[in-house]
Design a protein around this ligand. Sequence first.
Ligand code: UDX
Length: 436
Amino acid sequence: MRLSVIGCGYLGAVHAAAMASIGHDVVGIDVDTRKIESLSKGEAPFFEPGLQEILAAGIESGRLRFTTEMAAAKDASVHFIGVGTPQQAGGYAADMTYVNAAVDGLLPYLDDGDIVAGKSTVPVGTAAGLAPRVEATGATLVWNPEFLREGWAVQDTVDPDRLVAGVPSGTAGERAADILREVYHPAVGKGTPFIVTDLATAELVKVAANAFLATKISFINAMAEIAEVTGADVTQLAEAIGHDARIGRRFLGAGIGFGGGCLPKDIRAFSARAEELGRGESVAFLREIDAINLRRRDRAVELVVEALAGTVFKKNITVLGAAFKPHSDDIRDSPALDVAVKLHGLGAHVAVTDPEAIANAQRVHPQLTYVEDRDEALRAADAIIVVTEWDEYRRELSPEHAATLTAGRIVVDGRNCLDAAAWRAAGWTYYGMGRP
Ligand code: UDX
């Protein structure tokens, strides 16, 4: 099939390359010339495992190309909208400028019977607002939310847990759902649940899923706060409650909390939208989820201060991690960098290291010191804090080896990812999050 993907950021670039990898003919369109140049050369503009390979293979095969010209969408019959919906400057609501611009820019190139499939995460009601403009061209607007996780984006796109298609009622909607089934034929063929809903439900599925995930993380972090004043261990608590299949162990990792380009902004946009709809109280708890999440960053800083006998001023602190999570170079709303910035603000000499995210971090927080080499970063540290659970720190850094490099023997485990007993046995004072 001939597809266009409007917006070649994280979502769009992965989607375009993944669709080409399953045999479609794809054109990716974006206004960012540098991004398009890089993608056209088969080079991923950000770090995402597996993307480079499918991108290069797609370009090589001739089935994948990128351009800044919206007119290139003319040849396609299914058009995916994958532009960003960032948090509005000075507010909680989503900024819909890019979605509106993408749809308006596409309108002149739509043919009768085309499908426009929104993938961006949008406030519920967006599709209903856009539909008349799209339908006036004879095309059908559907909402097909994307659930990809960074670090697993290619796999999540090609082989998702489920596919959701929000379609209008009637034959146009049924036809659109059939076309989407055809687009995702390998996943549909192997029995991946394909859930057809109305437009509003599809939009809500996405924000509800992210709100639930954020709630799960903040729930366990709230338990960590209680554990801290009672001497309980939140990691054992998570293990014990996680064995209940109704609860499940995943996303019960207590630590410095969630960040990234999705969960924080999506729960805020959801709150803002619910308030607009006069149902703010229904999701008022999301404000609390956000607050708990942000408190954990302060708690991590507090632990470092406590460990260094009340002050970090002029102390050497090594911050292991900058990305918001491992297998990513994304530093958007990164709890890791927030902790580093806060320690720096308290007068500490902070050395930040990360296997992938230093270049991005440097651009946004040039005031911090960055060290590429992990061991170099550890040298002469009075304390170290793990803030992104990369294998380089979690598995590959032995406490004995670390001790040969640092000045002090204080380790704060902001992700509860280290073997506390092993670090203690090697002479370190270990501090976890929500652990005695
Ligand atoms: C998320 C959703 O998982 C995905 O479905 C959606 O499409 C986009 O948002 P992503 O932002 O890539 O994906 O990251 P995710 O793996 O969900 O992690 C989000 C944050 O939560 C990270 O900062 C991570 O470190 C943190 N986290 C995750 C925890 O603090 N504890 C956990 O137990 C799990």
